[in-house]
Design a protein around this ligand. Structure first.
Ligand SMILES: [Zn+2]
Length: 323
């Protein structure tokens, strides 16, 4: 059975076998939502949703001490007995358990968990991301850096959500005539769109072996703190149509949470991860969802996106790299 069918079977089985999680998926269509065209950016549409089921993740203490103290919720030995999975091994030899996310943001929200308890670092796994995007053409494969959205920075994982749920994938196609080519080689194109709501660089290639070289040549120029093993960024990988080359979009970050993170007036309990950066922003407080202006939502994403000077500098150096 093809991987896309295997995970569909898993999803349907889990919706029957795991009532508590099935109820959370059933609750998704009833959540309060707003959809907005961000005016300064023409057609760019973002979605806002209030999803109190995500409180645990939004309010999580992600300090090193807190992570060390809690049992890892992605390790096989700590999973609930109802949690099923599909095994997948990439050409790299890395093996993953693909499992239904028990705290969904979208329908068919999967977590793709490394077999071993190893830190959230993308090195050595870019090819897996590229392969998964090709194997699951209805999905976007997602990566949260350890300091910008990953709720388990100590255990490597990707996520997968239906690609059509993410404003980013649609906007990328709408904007394609306006993108700026940064680097083009015989088998790769790297483009930037200045009309996005956050800084971005998208690689298109059919070469799953070289994707690591291409993306690493860019991210090595992004700002990185001395105690971080990789710069902060999120990744969205998907294919426009089945059997086309995967698109790998890197969204470089400045920080995890905005300065106005929190409860109370003028504050928002939003903890941006890759899905928020891709234009689907999760709130946990309905009053905050109603109150925020669209400009405010856009500023929130821009504030946690890497600053323009650092981005321009990385682009400039990447342009001069011999690939
Ligand atoms: Zn673990």
């Amino acid at each position: 059975m093809a991987l896309r069918e295997e995970i569909e079977v898993l999803y349907r089985r889990q919706m029957v076998e795991w009532p508590e999680v099935s109820e959370r998926y059933s609750a998704l269509p009833g959540l309060k939502r707003r959809t907005a065209t961000i005016s300064p950016y023409g057609r760019a549409r973002i979605k806002l949703v209030c999803n109190p089921m995500r409180s645990k993740s939004t309010l999580a203490d992600l300090s090193r001490e807190a992570i060390k103290m809690r049992p890892c919720f992605l390790c096989a030995k700590n999973l609930p007995p109802e949690q099923g999975h599909v095994m997948w091994t990439g050409s790299s030899g890395n093996s993953y358990r693909i499992q239904v996310n028990p705290y969904p943001i979208t329908q068919r929200h999967f977590t793709i968990v490394a077999q071993e308890h190893v830190p959230q670092l993308i090195r050595g796994r870019w090819g897996d991301l590229h392969e998964l995007a090709r194997l699951l053409p209805d999905y976007a494969i997602l990566y949260n850096g350890p300091h910008c959205g990953a709720s388990a920075p100590d255990h490597f994982h990707f996520q997968a959500v239906p690609k059509d749920e993410l404003p980013l994938t649609q906007f990328y196609l709408d904007e394609y005539m306006n993108v700026q080519v940064i680097v083009g080689t015989s088998d790769m194109l790297a483009v930037y769109s200045s009309n996005f709501w956050c800084r971005n660089l998208s690689f298109t290639t059919d070469n799953a072996t070289k994707i690591e070289l291409y993306c690493s040549s860019f991210i090595r120029h992004l700002p990185r703190l001395s105690d971080e093993q990789e710069p902060k960024f999120n990744i969205v990988a998907w294919t426009d149509e089945p059997d086309t080359d995967p698109i790998v979009t890197i969204l470089p970050r400045r920080k995890h949470r905005a300065n106005n993170y929190g409860p109370g007036k003028g504050h928002y309990l939003v903890s941006p991860g890759v899905i928020d950066m891709a234009g689907l922003i999760t709130f946990v407080d309905e009053a905050q969802l109603r109150r925020i202006s669209y400009g405010g939502a856009w500023r929130l994403l821009l504030e946690v996106s890497v600053d323009k000077a650092s981005f321009d500098n990385a682009i400039d150096k990447f342009r001069k790299t011999k690939l």
